[in-house]
Design a protein around this ligand. Structure first.
Ligand code: ADP
Ligand code: ZN
Length: 633
């Protein structure tokens, strides 16, 4: 998948940031003055009535019932606070936290520190029980606080509002939002993805020798967008770039910018870039950039906060002095939702697709993650890779971990090949439930049904080979027939697709042949067959009646499964599609029923085998099929 830079009319350009924001203390005056005024206005009114003393037990209940708006806990255990305006008219209260005996009341602390329960919680060093004294000192405290805050702001490169968030207890510590480290990760830790590595090694080169680029008058890469499904190693790759270039890695999540009040996100973006410039050469990594980078002006009502944040990001990228060696790498699994402005030259103009790993890459990823494990001689990662299509790098890492757990439970330190297949089945199919809850009659029904799938596959020369059949219920399915593609398929012939249809309908066909009627167990088969048939007609042009037309929908499949379901063709065409789909399905079912009628003996013996063993290997299925075919010829 590639991400295309969208073209379109340029949107209003965001204002450039002041190249070097002067620590003009004047701009702090307004917020500080505001806070001071508010405090002076409201606090006296609050203490004019002496606060009610409540016992700790009552207070705990009131906290739980979300009756408390403000709560301050002093180091000596003094509690002061204010009820919500909906409770006790929002009056003030005092209480005492039980110190000494009994230790810490963790439950209480968990509650009060949860902003959803107590919106304003503060822990202070000194007792604040002398609220009057405190109030008289308020101007002084404000002053001190203000200077401390400015000092910290300039040290950490905080912006005005971000810092204000710190002082009023809004927002979390900035240090937690921006992770800065120097990764030791290298490209060797990333298995496969040679093309991606080649693409982004330009960034490594630029960060290593920025002078070389400057001498040639070349502007180095500024922004790289990595697009791909979750768990495909985008973060890993970004860290590897930092590791290879030996530069600091500043990482943030897009969503952490937009959970705050209007303006805070933008100021965080500013801080992020200030910090990155200070550490340059450096890499900024923004995960889930779609959280801030969504197309502006879409959605109901819009989102001021997000737009401001996005505008700030664009402004920072534009405002970059070309010689600044800061590279921004962003990751997303929904590139199609991004604002076109982000992808324009000078911004994220380099786009790299990071797709799910291919079979060979899966094998290599397994090998990378096996480095710290004891792998038995019977383990063949190529086999595991073959049976894990659709797994991401993260899934494969998880697979090895699960396998190691299986081995440990078995009292072994070394992984066996069965551990891997067990782990894979667990991940793929959910926890096995054992087949005992099925009634015997149902069990026979499932055995016949699954035998139908397996035999139609085994009897067709072009079908993917059967890996195994089981009547052990797992997840939603009562039984499972697993087919293993021999290699990664990109092209299917008409014959292969009609065979696949017949295999999907083979379960139901077997029930028809043996019991004379279908059952509800085939409903998911029917919908999957219908889906394939519909695609054959609509997208692949495989229907004679409709001709070689493809109403393909070009939204990439993995992108959150978003499908364009709009019909782009006429009512009449829709009727033809419907007719053609049902014709394909009927023909497939007929051919499956015919096949299973001819090979009824094989169907019966495989069903019997399944009833006894519950799980039957693909080889056994093939042996039964071949014996039956030999007998007929
Ligand atoms: P993404 O950012 O794309 O969601 P991550 O980079 O967080 O994915 O990947 C999650 C984990 O999956 C990584 O920490 C790593 O253990 C594993 N992984 C993914 N891709 C690879 C790969 N190509 N080689 C080795 N490990 C990988
Ligand atoms: Zn089925």
């Amino acid at each position: 998948m590639t991400v295309n830079a969208r073209s379109g009319p340029p949107r209003d350009r965001p204002t450039k940031p002041a190249p070097n924001p002067p620590p003009s203390w004047r701009r702090y005056l307004i917020p500080i003055g505001l806070v001071a005024t508010l405090l002076l206005l409201f606090l006296p009114g609050m203490v004019s009535k002496s606060p009610t003393a409540v016992d700790y037990g009552t207070l705990t209940q009131q906290v739980t019932q979300k009756d408390v708006d403000t709560l301050t806990l002093a180091a000596d255990g003094a509690i002061t606070g204010k009820y919500r305006s909906t409770f006790q008219k929002g009056e003030a209260f005092t209480s005492q936290y039980p110190t000494g005996a009994g230790g810490v009341d963790q439950a209480f602390l968990t509650q009060v520190t949860n902003p959803a329960v107590v919106p304003n919680f503060k822990a202070t060093g000194a007792s604040s029980s002398f609220l009057g004294t405190l109030l008289s000192l308020l101007p002084l405290l404000l002053f001190i606080g203000y200077f401390v805050y400015i000092g910290r702001a300039s040290r950490r490169g905080m912006g005005a509002l971000g810092g204000l968030g710190g002082i009023t207890g809004v927002g979390k510590s900035k240090a937690q939002l921006i992770d800065t480290d120097r990764p030791k990760t290298t490209f060797a830790d990333v298995a496969g993805y040679e093309g991606v590595k080649r693409d982004i090694s330009e960034v490594v080169d630029f960060l290593r020798h920025p002078d070389k680029y400057a001498a040639a008058g070349a502007v180095g890469p500024k922004g790289v967008l990595m697009a791909g499904p979750p768990g495909t190693g985008k973060t890993l790759l970004a860290r590897a770039v930092a590791g290879e270039a030996n530069v600091p890695f500043l990482s943030v999540t897009g969503s952490s910018f937009v959970e705050m009040f209007v303006g805070v996100g933008a100021s965080r973006v500013r801080d992020l870039f200030v910090q990155a410039r200070k550490l340059a050469p450096s890499i900024i990594f923004i995960d889930e950039i779609d959280a801030i980078g969504q197309r502006r002006g879409t959605g109901i009502g819009g989102n001021d906060e997000r737009e401001q944040t996005l505008n700030q990001l664009l402004a920072e990228m534009d405002g970059f002095d070309p010689s600044t060696d800061v590279v921004i790498i962003a990751a997303t699994n929904r590139p199609e939702t991004l604002d076109a402005a982000l992808l324009r030259p000078g911004r994220f103009d380099r786009q790299v697709a990071v797709p799910l790993p291919t079979q060979g890459e899966r094998s290599a990823i397994l090998a990378v993650h096996a480095r710290d494990k004891h792998i038995g001689a019977d383990v063949d990662f190529a086999v595991t890779a073959r049976s894990t299509p659709g797994f991401s790098g993260a899934d494969l890492a998880n697979l090895l971990n699960e396998a190691a757990i299986v081995a440990v439970r078995d009292g072994r330190a070394e992984l066996k090949s069965t551990d891997l297949s067990q782990a894979r089945d667990r991940i793929l199919l959910g926890q096995r439930q054992g087949s005992n809850f099925l009634l015997d009659r149902e069990k026979r029904n499932v055995a016949v049904h699954e035998s139908g799938h397996a035999l139609v596959a085994a009897l067709s020369p072009v079908a993917d080979p059967v890996d195994k059949v089981t009547i052990l219920p797992s997840g939603m399915a009562l039984g499972v027939t697993e087919q293993l593609p021999l290699d990664e398929r990109h092209l299917y012939t008409m014959e292969e697709m009609t065979t696949s249809l017949a295999v999907r309908l083979g379960g139901r066909a077997a029930e028809l042949v043996v019991f004379g009627e279908g059952s509800t167990g085939a409903s998911s088969d029917l919908s999957s067959a219908t889906e394939l048939a519909t695609r054959m007609v609509r997208e692949f042009g495989l229907s004679d009646a409709l001709g070689p037309v493809g109403y393909s929908n070009d939204s990439p499949q993995y992108l959150g499964g978003q499908q364009l379901s709009e019909r782009v063709y006429s009512e009449a065409t829709q009727r033809v599609v419907d007719t053609e789909v049902s014709r394909l399905l009927r023909e497939a079912e007929t051919s499956a029923v015919d096949l299973l009628t001819v090979y009824r003996d094989a169907l019966d013996s495989l069903s019997q085998e399944l009833l006894e063993k519950e799980t039957v290997d693909g080889d056994v299925v093939r042996a039964i099929a071949h014996r039956a075919m030999a007998a007929k010829s």
